[in-house]
Design a protein around this ligand. Structure first.
Ligand code: HEC
Length: 464
């Protein structure tokens, strides 16, 4: 497989994993469960009908739902579906179809979600279409000629531009002059005053899911890695635009990266349930913090640098001693996975939110945390929250495609920025607190001024 094709495979994969990871704890099984009666009924009922034809039924189905990724241009999983011969030949994992045996066919198992990732990537085939494919395979998968009109229809999931452009992370430099935008394999540095891109830092393995500047603004840590394989952090010299160190560790991609107050250490949290500490200059691992029992999405140092907070799919927020790596205490009120958290600028409070749609705020002491606020904030999972630099406001973004602005003290809703064009995966306040920037799954960015929260400018990450 050429490098180009490989890139596309990973693009599609990264994109799907992004949502997949976030939605992992959602009741997907309910959907599968609902499809079951269909499959059971359609099988015996329809087997009396004529066997489906490759040319007039199967190929059009594959063309409309699969070919966008499984053609010579995409070659996802090494599987080409442009002709009967290539389909039967199979992909990277061997034959996708066992003629006569739909139950043993990888393609069917993937359509049904029995093998992950479920196909079509990022979507789902209608039960009657899956049934047609099953009938065709059970009839021996008879061949035929692919019609000349094999132009793939872009599947009704996400335009491919969006797959390429996903904004996974945002960070302002401490002086507020630069905005770092993390996307697929790249970090763009935007000059905030002119809105122009001044540099592109490339070479990342996959989507850059978390970004952190050191407090002096000299270093930028950009984290991500390959889902189910390895985590990666590249530490950049911001002025020189050169790589200083590359961290490779964790058994899965990294969702959170943060700098210690002195800029000498970085902390990472991963889908592999671990937090690790690294020497920022050398990329050498110095400690592993174990206690979460599920993927860790959010990570931050406290403003005084003495503690680390982590939020995980195991429904907890944990606080750790940043110097010793010792776990201090666990906040366990969330009912579902925690996807995001933020320390109040005073360091005395912490807010967290996630799949249960609640925003919760705890007062922190040396020994523990007391929940002081709890509010059903959105109609779907909360993806990101952030305190304004003055600590007076809290903003949240959600899979319900809105951003909300809250009074940080009372959690009174102050503003709703509804109808976001796509999920806002990244949110950041400028250090002076005058701008809020939102980065979305479709590659778009919006800047809001922070008195009335009107959009003052927007940008679209170029298709790569
Ligand atoms: C948006 C892109 C995309 C679409 C659309 C898509 N796939 Fe895939 N498919 C992939 C990717 C990426 C892989 C590789 C997954 C992996 O190895 O983790 C893959 C792998 C597969 C494989 C396994 C190949 C192998 O040998 O490993 C099968 C079978 C498959 N897809 C079937 C389908 C079918 C059937 C459809 C349409 C109903 C479809 N796919 C639609 C992206 C897509």
């Amino acid at each position: 497989m050429g490098t180009k094709a490989k890139g596309k495979v990973q693009k599609a994969k990264g994109k799907n994993q992004g949502r997949e990871h976030f939605l992992k704890k959602m009741p997907r099984s309910i959907l599968n469960f609902c499809l079951l009666p269909f499959a059971l009924c359609l099988l015996p009922c329809l087997s009396l009908a004529a066997d489906p034809s490759y040319t007039t039924e199967i190929f059009p189905l594959l063309r409309d739902n699969c070919l966008a990724c499984h053609s010579a241009a995409g070659k996802a999983g090494g599987l080409l579906m442009g002709s009967y011969e290539s389909l039967i030949k199979g992909g990277a994992n061997g034959p996708a179809i066992v003629p006569g045996k739909s139950g043993e066919s990888r393609m069917v198992q993937m359509l049904q979600g029995k093998i992950q990732p479920q196909m079509p990537m990022g979507g789902k085939l209608a039960p009657e279409h899956i049934a047609t494919i099953i009938r065709w395979i059970d009839a021996g998968a008879p061949g035929g000629v692919a019609p000349a009109d094999a132009t793939p229809k872009i599947p009704d999931i996400k335009p491919r531009v969006a797959v390429n452009a996903e904004i996974g992370s945002l960070a302002y430099s401490p002086d507020g002059k630069l905005l770092a935008v993390g996307s697929f394999k790249e970090v763009d540095l935007l000059d905030v005053a002119s809105g122009k891109r001044v540099a592109t830092l490339g070479g990342h393995a996959d989507v850059v899911r978390s970004l952190a500047f050191s407090r002096d603004g000299k270093l930028l840590a950009a984290a991500g890695g390959l889902p189910a394989r390895s985590g990666e952090v590249i530490v950049w010299d911001v002025a020189a635009r050169t790589m200083l160190a590359t961290v490779h560790g964790h058994a899965d991609c990294i969702y959170g990266v943060a700098f210690s107050a002195d800029g000498q250490r970085i902390a990472t949290s991963s889908y592999d349930k671990l937090i690790k500490l690294w020497d920022a200059a050398t990329g050498k691992e110095t400690a592993t913090l174990k206690d979460h029992i599920d993927s860790i999405y959010a990570l931050q140092f406290s403003p005084d640098g003495k503690r680390i907070a982590s939020g995980a799919a195991d429904r907890t927020v944990k606080l750790w001693d940043a110097a010793t790596g010792q776990r201090l205490f666990t906040l366990s009120e969330p009912l579902e996975g925690v996807l995001t958290l933020d320390f109040h600028p005073s360091g005395k409070r912490i807010a967290a939110a996630g799949a249960d749609k609640f925003i919760r705020i705890w007062d922190l002491t040396d020994k523990g945390g007391t929940m002081v606020q709890s509010m059903a904030g959105h109609e779907d999972a909360i993806l990101k929250i952030a305190y304004s630099p003055d600590g007076k406001k809290l903003v949240s973004s959600s899979a319900d495609r809105s951003i909300k602005v809250w009074d940080a003290a009372t959690l009174e809703e102050q503003q709703v920025l509804a109808r976001q064009p796509d999920w806002v995966l990244a949110l950041a306040f400028s250090p002076d607190g005058r701008r809020l920037v939102a980065g979305r799954f479709d590659g778009s960015l919006s800047f809001y001024e922070t008195t009335t929260f009107q959009e003052v400018s927007k940008a679209m990450l170029a298709k790569k």
